[in-house]
Design a protein around this ligand. Sequence first.
Ligand code: ZN
Length: 154
Amino acid sequence: MLDDLRELYQEVILDHGKNPRNYGKPEEVSHHADGHNPLCGDRITVYLDVDDSGVVRNAAFDGRGCAISQASASLMTEIVSGKNLEQVERLFRSFHEMCTSDADVEADDSLVDEMDRLQVLSGVRQYPIRVKCATLAWHTMNAALAGDHDATTE
Ligand code: ZN
């Protein structure tokens, strides 16, 4: 990766880690789950407000953890807001693939901008122990959508 790109990515991660967006429990919550990554000690709770037509009206989180887990959760809440559940599922799969595989991830056209934004976290694939930090929020969101309130990785 080019050095200035790496620097830019780091800035975005630090910014979201320090000033997380959508932090705190919102008033309207239809789905929620607690996520725990014992490898690093990250703990987050994801809150979703999904309307009757299956669109995420609002996503938020709280909890504590390393900069990567916080930044990933912050970015995720911004990105899934306004998406329908089928798009959320596709984003989850593409993001997971991006974090775990060297192959170029084929995002479908409608989600290219979102995958571009998530690209800042792709550096974790070089650090397997960090992959769980980056994907914790997403696994937790998936658990919440499945009606499971506890998402502990490993
Ligand atoms: Zn972590």
